[in-house]
Every structure is written in C-alpha cells, then in structure tokens.
Design a protein around this ligand. Structure first.
Ligand code: NAD
Length: 493
C-alpha cells in the first residue's frame, strides 16, 4: 500500500513494510510501505510546490471544492465506514457515526470566507487606516492515531485546506486505507495536485515531518508520551504544534441521578468502539450509597451485549491488534490480582466472528481504588471500573488529582451541582448527563493537563487560529496636504 502525492499513488523508496490486519478475523489484509527520509522529502516537496498557487486561489474557488468534497463524502460515506470497520474493527454504525462527526468539520470549513474576515479601522490616526488579515502557514503536517482513521484527520485538514494551506497526513500504520480513500475523493472534488498528501509510516515519517524545514506546523493526536515528544521536538524545530494525548475519563454519578440513564450511558460510553475512544468513560465514580444499585444495573446491561465482527450487527467489535488484546487482558489480570471485584469478565468472550479475531468482551470491575493499574493507566479497551466515594467533593478531588483532563461527565438532576462541577473540574470537555461530550465542529476539541500539549485545541475558532497567522497592515494614502520629515516615534494624532 503506497503513499499519495500530486494526486497519484507513490510507491516510495522506503524498504520497510508493516502488516495491516482485519481485527475481526486476524487476517493480514495488506502490507504498508513505511516512508524513509527520501519519501518524507518527496511528499513535503510536492506540498510545498503546491502552496503558492493554492494560497492565492480565491476563497470562492477554495470553498467550492470543499462543498464538492462534502457532497461526495455524503454520497459515499458507507464506503468509508466499511473501510474503517475492516481495519479498525469498530461496528459499522459506529464507523458511520465517526464519518458524520468528521463531516461536521468539513461543513464548518465551508464557511471559511466568513471565518477569515479580518478587522478594519478607518482613520485610526488622521487619514491612516488599519486592517488585519489571517494568512495560511504553508505545509502543515497531521499525524493521527488508529482509533479514528477518518474523523481525527478531519478535525484538521478541512480547516487547513480551506484556509489555504497544503497538507501532509501521516495516518496510523494500523489503519492507512481511509486516508488514501479520502485522497481519491479530494481529487474527484477537484482539489489541485499537491494540496492533500498522504505519507505512510512510523517514527521515521513522524520525525521527518517534525524536523523538516518546509513543514510549518504539526497537529498530532495519539498517546501522551508520544504527544509530549512530538510537542517538544516540533517546537524545538520552530514549528507551531498542537499535540493531543491520552485520557482517563470519569463519570461522576450523584445520589439523585436517574440511575437507569446513568447505567445506560456508562455502558454506551465505556464499551462503544471497544473502549478505544479518547472520550470513552473508563472510571465510574459512584457517590454515597448508590454503588451496589448502580453496579447491578451496569452489570445487567453489560452481560446482554453482543461482541463480534463489526459487519454482523453486533454491539461491540474487536480490539485493533493482537498486541492490544494481550495488553487489555493483562490489565484485567492485574485488576483481579490487585483485589478489585471482577463483576463481568470479558477475557473468554464468545465472539460472533470467523477466524482468530482480537476480541475482549465488555469487562466490569467494582471496588476499584486509585492505586490499581486499571485506574492509573489508560487501558484503551472495554474495561469499566467503578470507584466509590462518600461525597461530591471527594469525587471532584479524585478527578482533579488524575494527570489526564480530556473529558468527564456528571450525572445528576441537581442543576446547582452540575453548574458547580462545570466550574470546578479541571478537564477540557464536560458532559452534564451526556457521557461523551465531544464538542460540535464550531466549538473546539481538546483536553487539559497531560491530554494536550500546546495552546490550541482542534477545530472551531481555535482550529482556524492554529492554521493561520495574523498580519496587521497600517496604511496611509497621501494627499497633497501631508508630508515633511519627522524622526520621532510615530504617535497617533
Ligand atoms: P500512538 O501514540 O501509538 O500513535 C499515534 C501516532 O504516532 C501514529 O501515527 C503513530 O504512527 C505515531 N507514533 C507511534 N509511535 C511513535 C514514536 N515512537 N515516535 C513518533 N511517532 C510515533 O497512539 P495510538 O495507539 O494510535 O492511538 C491511541 C491513543 O491516542 C490513545 O492514547 C488515545 O487516548 C489517544 N487519542 C487521543 C485523542 C484526543 O483527542 N486527545 C483522540 C484520539 C486518540
């Protein structure tokens, strides 16, 4: 499987290959060419060559192509969803949901002419006008994780392209086909060669982008250690960097909450996409004496879930690789050994699939404590932990003590408690009776603390800001009454 630049596939010169698998069957479905430095240089050179003409393409013509892309994606979203299910494993309905959340960013970016409007001050000083513009950066790199092969790159590239940048996407090597399919769609939509490019690879490709003199910015999404590395390396090489990292998301359930709603949402947000979402709920924090009743309700829902091949109408699919399966099963072993109560054990799940897929069934632990590795670590699998605290204040303290700050949710019918939670909790995205509070495209997505490095969140106003830089232009058109020398510092008169 190749790279893509100048609106065509490019086999590359790199000799390394990695295997792409179908996680539901365990079959190897493709071998992916991993970039070497020459491949990085070739793809970046194509993007750099395309930049001047794309930057100077009118807003009307740029957004016309975005609208065409939107229409094509709407018509063919099922194809993209099938690709995602075949490489990631998530069930088809979930894959379609992913595509539609990415599509929202395309729709937001279709409004770029409005979003790029600057300010104008007439006569700021006598007969001196001032106006501001925002201009594109140049070649921008986008490095994405395996868990959202379409949506995460789409958090960035529609805005980057609409703003006049040219793009190099480096997809996760586990799920490369979605980005190549999207590249074909851009071509069909009329995007000029070199504006959207795909560089497949591993650390070599990432390092190549982070250090390349012609790459202006890097948008990264992945695990926290790599996000920190990307931020430090990219900024050390003079780049603008936004690096979104891992997560450990808590759901605080107050005694007055509707426990059936809370149990439904804990199951949806804990096991959806097999827990491989950065906004998955992994820790349910039960306040007061509701623990037993809440756990019983979650258990009853959990044991009814069907795990299997995502194309067969199951509730939950496999994990992405055999290594991920092994890691998640290891955490379940560790939780049991540490003394947590294993209420539902997914290790021996009977999956509805052919072959040797990478399945772990929905797993529920109760009486989890903050020292256990099933609490401290991001498991990124279908493992839900219930912790118990005495009070709202203890719950907030527990959440704020966690190094991650991506998403969190409170379940309550008390408006005052919900409002206080929104004010006090040190997390970037908060749900009130909503378990996966992923903001709409016209707001910005991003966490706090170890969940994001850099100061710009993704999409919304912050996305537009990230992919553009500001200029302020002060102008005077002389009339015959002005002139003469004055060497003093200019003052406004
Ligand atoms: P990952 O960190 O392993 O990989 C992410 C990207 O980094 C991939 O493109 C990969 O090729 C590259 N990479 C891997 N190792 C590298 C290295 N040593 N040096 C340089 N680049 C390297 O993450 P993943 O397993 O693909 O995705 C899951 C992680 O992503 C989870 O931690 C999840 O929370 C996080 N995530 C975060 C968000 C968010 O918005 N904060 C969204 C989605 C996923």
């Amino acid at each position: 499987m190749p790279h893509w630049f100048n609106n065509a596939c490019y086999p590359g010169t790199g000799q390394s290959r990695s295997e792409v698998t179908n996680p539901a069957t365990g079959e190897v479905t493709a071998h992916l060419a991993l970039a070497d430095q020459a491949d990085v240089d070739a793809v970046v050179a194509a993007a750099a060559a395309a930049f001047p003409a794309w930057r100077d393409t009118s807003l009307a013509n740029r957004t016309r192509i975005l609208f065409a892309f939107r229409e094509l994606l709407n018509a063919r979203s099922a194809e993209l969803a099938a690709i995602i299910t075949a490489e990631h494993g998530k069930v088809l309905s979930d894959a379609l949901g992913e595509v539609s959340r990415g599509q929202e960013v395309v729709e937001f970016a279709c409004g770029m002419p409005h979003l790029l409007k600057g300010a104008f001050s007439e006569n700021a000083s006598t007969q001196v006008d001032v106006h501001s513009v925002r201009q594109p950066l140049g070649v921008v790199g986008i490095i994405s994780p395996f868990n959202f092969p379409a949506m995460v790159p789409m958090w960035f590239f529609p805005i980057a392209i609409a703003a006049g940048n040219t793009v190099v996407v480096k997809p996760s090597e586990k799920v490369p086909t979605a980005a190549l399919w999207i590249a074909e769609l851009w071509k069909e939509a009329g995007l000029p060669a070199g504006v959207f490019n795909v560089l497949n690879g591993d650390k070599v490709a990432v390092d190549g982008l982070l250090t390349h003199p012609d790459v202006a910015s890097v948008s990264f999404v992945g695990s926290t250690p790599i996000a920190r590395y990307v931020y430090e390396t990219g900024t050390a090489h003079g780049k603008r960097v936004q690096a979104l990292g891992g997560a450990k998301n808590h759901m605080l359930v107050l005694p007055d909450a509707d426990l059936d709603l809370a149990a439904d949402q804990a199951v949806n947000a804990g096991y959806g996409s097999a827990g491989e979402r950065c906004m998955a709920i992994s820790a349910v924090v039960a306040v007061g004496d509701i623990g037993d009743e809440l756990v019983a309700k979650i258990k009853q829902r959990t044991i009814g879930l069907r795990t299997g091949d995502g194309t067969r109408g199951c509730d939950m699919g496999p994990l992405v690789t055999a290594a991920a399966r092994h890691r998640v099963a290891g955490y379940i072993d560790a939780g049991e050994a540490a003394g947590a109560e294993l209420v539902v054990d997914g290790r021996a799940v009977q999956a509805d699939a052919d072959g040797a897929g990478f399945f772990v069934g929905p797993t529920l632990f109760d009486h989890v404590t903050t020292e256990m590795s099933i609490y401290t670590d991001e498991i990124f699998g279908p493992v839900l932990s219930v912790l118990r605290v005495d009070s709202y204040a203890d719950g907030v303290r527990l959440i704020n003590a966690n190094p991650y700050g991506n998403g969190t949710a409170i379940f309550t019918n008390d408006g005052g408690a919900a409002r206080r939670f929104g004010n006090e909790v040190e997390v970037g995205m908060i749900g009130i009776n909503v378990p996966v509070p992923v903001p709409m495209a016209y707001y910005s997505f991003g966490g706090w603390k170890s969940s994001l490095f850099g100061d710009s969140h993704a999409h919304g106003a912050e996305g537009v800001h990230f992919f553009t830089r500001a200029k302020v232009i002060t102008s005077r058109w002389l009339d015959p009454s002005h002139g003469g020398l004055n060497l003093g510092f200019p003052q406004n008169t």
